[in-house]
Write a protein that binds this ligand. Structure first.
Ligand SMILES: [Ca+2]
Ligand SMILES: [Ca+2]
Ligand SMILES: [Ca+2]
Ligand SMILES: [Ca+2]
Ligand SMILES: [Zn+2]
Length: 756
C-alpha cells in the first residue's frame, strides 16, 4: 500500500555565487569519433568478441544480454562485421562532452540555480557547508576518511532528533563511480529538500525528526575531480596500481564475494577489484562509518544509468533468505512505484543478479556484513545520454528520487505496513454466509501490536462496523467478512497499531477493498493436481524451448518454485527448470507454445467468469517487455478463438485474474494461453494454476424461477438448477424443502418465459 501525497513546499535553489570554472592546466581527454552502441550479446563467444574490441563498457556490469559500449568509429565497423546485433545509442560522444564544457566554462551558468547545473567538488562541499550553516540544528558533518590523493571524504547527517544516534538511520552513498554526475547532484537535491522542508512540509518534517539521514555525497572524490579536470568518462578511483595503470573499481572492492564473477583482477580493467577486500581507503571509509552508526537500517548506493532499483545479491543468483528476501522485494517495488509516481519514469525493481553477476559490491556487503537492508539505484537515463546527462534532468531526477526516499522513510518510521492475503483475497463471497479471510500484516522496521488488529466492513454503504481479528500465527490474522444478501457489495479494510501508538490503515491503492456477495455456481475447477485432459502444445506451435508442461515446478531466476494452489504442488509452466537454474534456462524461445483447457460443458451459462492464477515474466533479455501472453476462448470446438485478456505484467509472483465472458448459447467451451518469445529473443516464463469457470448471479426475488436474475426463466436458469441438482443450494431450492430436485424443476418449468 502506498499513500502518495503531493509536496506543497516551494523549493528555492540556493545560489551560492560560485562559478564553475575549471582547472584547465591538464590536457582534457577527447573522444572524437566515438559512439556508444548497445550490443545484444547472446553467447559467451559473442561477449569475448565484443570485449576484444577494447571499448569502454558503459553498462554497470558485463554479461550476456544488452551491453552498452563506447567504441571509436573504425571499431564499430569491425563490430558490424562480427554479426553481433547492435544499435547506436549516442552518435557523437565528444559533441555531448563539448556541449557540457562550453556550457559550464562559458556564461551559460550565470544566474542558473544550483540544481540546474553540475558542480565540481569544492562547490558541492561549499553547498553542504552553507546548508549546515543555515540549519546547524539539523545538519552535522564529519570527515570519514581520506582518498588516495588526500582528499577528504565527507559525510553529512541530517536529523531533527535530539540524539540522532538513537533513531533509525538511512545511509546514502553517492558519487562512487566518478563519471556518474547525476548521482551526487540528485542526492544533494535530496539533502537540500530534507533540510529546507523541515518545518515547512508536513510530510518531510517528521521524517527528519524521527530519522537520521547519513549522506556521503562524493565517495570517490579523486575520481570525481578527475572527470572535471582530465577525463569526463573516468569511473574508478585514482589509485596508482604500480604498473602505470590507475584506479580501483570502488564497487568491486567490498568484502562480499570479493574476487568473484563480474569483477576483474586486471589492473587496467574498469572493474578492477583491487588487491584485496577493502584494500582502498575510499571503501574503508564507508565500512567504518556504517559500523560507527549502528542505528543504520537501510543502505543505499546511488549510481547511474539504466533506471533500476536493485537488491542483493549481485555475486550469485540468490536473494536474501526468509522474510528478508520478501522485505527487500516489497521495498524495492515500493521504491520503483514511488519514483514512477512523480514523472512517470519507469525504474525496474529486481535483484542485482537479474542482469549480470557482480562481486565485491557495497550492496551485498551492506546486507551480508553490515546486516542492513540494501539497495543500489541506477538513476536516469536508459542510454540516450548515458553518463553525460543534461543538467535540466537534475531537478526531475531529484524529485522522483526524493519521493522514493520519503516512501522509505515512512516505511522506516512505521507509518506503513505490508499486507498480504496468503490464501488469496476473495473478490466474491457466498450469500448469507460469514467468510473468513487469512490476513498477513507485517512491518520490516516497526513493532506492531497484534492485539490491536481490527477489520472494518461496510455493507452497501451502510454503517462502518469494526471487529477484532484473531491471531492465526506470526503476523497472521483471521478476519470475518459478515453475512450479506445476494448482490450486496462489502467494503473492507484493516487497522493495526504500532507499539509506539501509531495507527496504520491498510487499504488497496484506491481505498477499501471491495467484495461482491453473489451466488456462485462452479462449472469447472481445476487445481492442476490431477490430469484433467489439458492439451500441452498445439500443431503449429513453433517455440523451440519452454513448451508447456504439467509439473511440480523447479524455480529458476525467472520461473516459480511453487504452484499457486493451497494445498497443492503442481501447475503448468513453460518448460521445467533445474535446481539453481539460470534466468534463461528452458524459458520460451523461438516462437509460441499453447496451453489449452479440456472442453468444458457450459450449457446453460449466460454470463460466465473465467478465473485462474498466473505467473508471467518477460522483462529480461535482449528485448524485454515486448512479449505478452494472450488468453483466448472458443465455444465452437476450437475453430475460432476470441481474445479475452492479454497478460504482460512482470509480477514475478502468482496473481489472480477473473474475466467475465458471455457464454450464452454455448455448449462446450475451451480457453487457451499462448506464451511467446517473438522477435528479438528475451526471457519469457509463464505458469497457470487454479483454473475455473463459474457463474455469478443473484436470483430475482420477484420471479422465483429466474435464478440468474436475467428477467426471464430460460435455459440459463435451467442450467443453474441442474448444476445444483441434489444439493441444498438455497438459490435453486425453489420450494425450500432442503433439496434441489424434481419438484424444483417442475416449478421452474411452470414459470418458463418472461418474468411477470
Ligand atoms: Ca496446483
Ligand atoms: Ca521454464
Ligand atoms: Ca526466450
Ligand atoms: Ca427442493
Ligand atoms: Zn556506477
Amino acid at each position: 500500500m502506498s499513500i502518495v501525497r503531493s509536496i506543497t513546499l516551494a523549493l528555492t535553489a540556493p545560489v551560492l555565487g560560485l562559478t564553475a570554472s575549471l582547472a584547465t592546466a591538464q590536457e582534457l581527454v577527447r573522444y572524437d569519433a566515438h559512439q556508444v552502441v548497445r550490443a545484444e550479446v547472446d553467447t559467451l563467444r559473442e561477449l569475448r568478441t565484443l570485449l576484444a574490441l577494447g571499448g569502454d563498457v558503459w553498462s554497470e556490469s558485463i554479461g550476456l544480454g544488452s551491453i552498452d559500449v563506447m567504441l571509436p568509429l573504425d571499431r564499430i565497423g569491425t563490430l558490424a562485421r562480427t554479426g553481433i546485433e547492435f544499435e547506436v545509442m549516442i552518435a557523437d560522444v565528444q559533441r555531448l562532452i563539448d556541449e557540457e564544457r562550453s556550457r559550464i566554462d562559458g556564461d551559460g551558468i550565470a544566474g542558473v540555480g544550483f540544481f540546474e547545473e553540475y558542480h565540481q567538488q569544492d562547490e558541492l562541499f561549499a553547498f553542504y557547508e552553507a546548508l549546515e550553516a543555515s540549519r546547524p540544528d539539523l545538519v552535522t558533518s564529519r570527515s570519514i576518511g581520506e582518498s588516495i590523493e588526500g582528499r577528504e571524504i565527507r559525510a553529512y547527517t541530517i536529523s531533527g532528533a535530539e540524539d540522532p544516534s538513537s533513531v533509525p538511520a538511512i545511509y546514502i552513498v553517492a558519487g562512487a563511480h566518478a563519471r556518474e554526475w547525476i548521482s551526487p547532484a540528485t542526492i544533494s537535491y535530496l539533502a537540500d529538500t530534507l533540510v529546507n522542508g523541515h518545518g515547512a512540509d508536513d510530510r518531510i518534517t517528521p521524517l527528519v525528526d524521527d530519522l537520521a539521514w547519513h549522506i556521503v555525497p562524493l565517495a570517490n572524490p579523486d575520481g570525481y575531480q578527475f572527470t572535471w579536470n582530465s577525463n569526463r568518462l573516468w569511473r574508478k578511483t585514482r589509485k596508482a596500481n604500480g604498473d602505470g595503470s590507475f584506479g580501483v573499481d570502488w564497487n568491486r572492492n567490498f568484502a562480499a564475494g570479493w574476487g568473484g564473477p563480474g569483477s576483474s583482477g586486471n589492473t587496467g580493467s574498469d572493474t578492477y577489484r583491487g588487491t584485496g577486500p577493502f584494500s582502498e581507503p575510499e571503501t574503508q571509509a564507508i565500512r567504518d562509518d556504517v559500523a560507527a552508526n549502528p542505528n543504520t537500517a537501510i543502505f543505499f548506493d546511488v549510481h547511474c544509468y539504466s533506471q533500476l532499483v536493485l537488491w542483493p545479491y549481485g555475486y550469485d543468483s540468490t536473494e536474501p533468505e526468509g522474510p528478508a528476501g520478501e522485505i527487500h522485494r516489497n521495498l524495492g517495488e515500493g521504491i520503483a512505484a514511488a519514483i514512477e509516481s512523480i514523472n512517470g519514469r519507469v525504474f525496474d525493481p529486481q535483484p542485482a543478479h537479474d542482469l549480470y553477476l557482480a562481486s565485491g559490491t557495497s550492496l551485498d556487503w551492506a546486507w551480508d556484513d553490515a546486516g542492513v537492508y540494501a539497495f543500489t539505484y541506477e538513476l536516469r537515463d536508459t542510454g540516450e545520454f548515458g553518463f553525460v546527462l543534461p543538467p535540466d534532468q537534475i531537478i526531475p531526477s531529484g524529485n522522483e528520487i526524493l519521493e522514493s526516499f520519503l516512501y522509505v522513510g515512512e516505511e522506516l518510521v512505521g507509518s506503513n505496513a505490508l499486507i498480504d492475503f496468503p490464501e488469496g483475497f476473495p473478490t466474491v463471497v457466498p450469500v448469507d454466509t460469514p467468510t473468513e479471510i487469512l490476513v498477513s500484516i507485517s512491518s520490516a522496521f516497526t513493532e506492531l501490536d497484534p492485539t490491536s488488529a481490527v477489520v472494518r466492513t461496510r455493507i452497501d454503504g451502510g454503517p462502518l462496523v469494526t471487529d477484532p481479528m484473531s491471531l492465526a500465527g506470526i503476523d497472521q490474522y483471521l478476519a470475518t467478512v459478515p453475512a450479506a444478501d445476494c448482490g450486496a457489495v462489502i467494503e473492507i479494510d484493516f487497522l493495526i497499531e504500532t507499539t509506539n501508538g501509531n495507527t496504520i490503515v491498510l487499504q488497496s491503492e484506491t481505498g477499501p477493498w471491495q467484495i461482491d456477495v453473489v451466488d456462485e455456481t462452479v462449472f469447472f475447477a481445476d487445481d492442476v493436481e490431477t490430469d484433467l485432459g489439458w492439451t500441452l502444445g498445439l500443431p503449429g506451435d513453433d517455440a523451440t524451448t519452454g513448451v508447456w508442461v504439467r509439473v511440480d515446478p523447479i524455480g529458476t531466476a525467472a520461473q516459480p518454485e511453487n504452484d499457486a494452489s493451497d494445498p497443492g504442488t503442481i501447475c503448468f509452466v513453460t518448460g521445467q527448470g533445474s535446481v539453481g537454474g539460470s534466468l534463461g534456462e528452458n524459458d520460451v524461445d523461438g516462437g509460441s507454445t499453447s496451453l489449452v483447457t479440456p472442453s468444458i460443458d457450459t450449457t446453460g451459462i449466460d454470463l460466465g467468469t473465467v478465473a485462474f492464477a498466473y505467473w508471467y515474466r518477460n522483462d529480461a533479455g535482449a528485448s524485454p517487455n515486448q512479449d505478452s501472453m494472450p488468453v483466448e476462448i472458443s465455444t465452437d470446438g476450437g475453430a475460432t478463438w476470441t481474445l479475452i485478456a492479454t497478460i504482460s505484467d512482470n509480477a514475478s509472483a502468482w496473481r489472480l485474474l477473473e474475466i467475465e465472458v458471455d457464454l450464452a448459447g454455448s455448449t462446450l467451451t475451451q480457453v487457451r494461453f499462448i506464451a511467446s518469445d517473438l522477435g528479438d529473443g528475451s526471457i519469457v516464463e509463464a505458469a497457470i494454476d487454479d483454473f475455473s469457470i463459474t457463474t455469478r448471479s443473484c436470483p430475482n426475488r420477484d420471479c422465483p424461477g429466474d435464478l440468474d436474475g436475467g428477467g426471464q426463466v430460460d435455459g440459463g436458469d435451467l442450467g443453474l438448477l441442474l448444476a445444483a441438482w441434489g444439493t441444498s443450494d438455497p438459490s435453486a431450492d425453489l420450494n425450500g424443502d432442503g433439496t434441489v430436485d424434481g419438484a424444483d424443476l417442475g416449478l421452474l418449468l411452470a414459470s418458463w418465459g418472461p418474468c411477470p
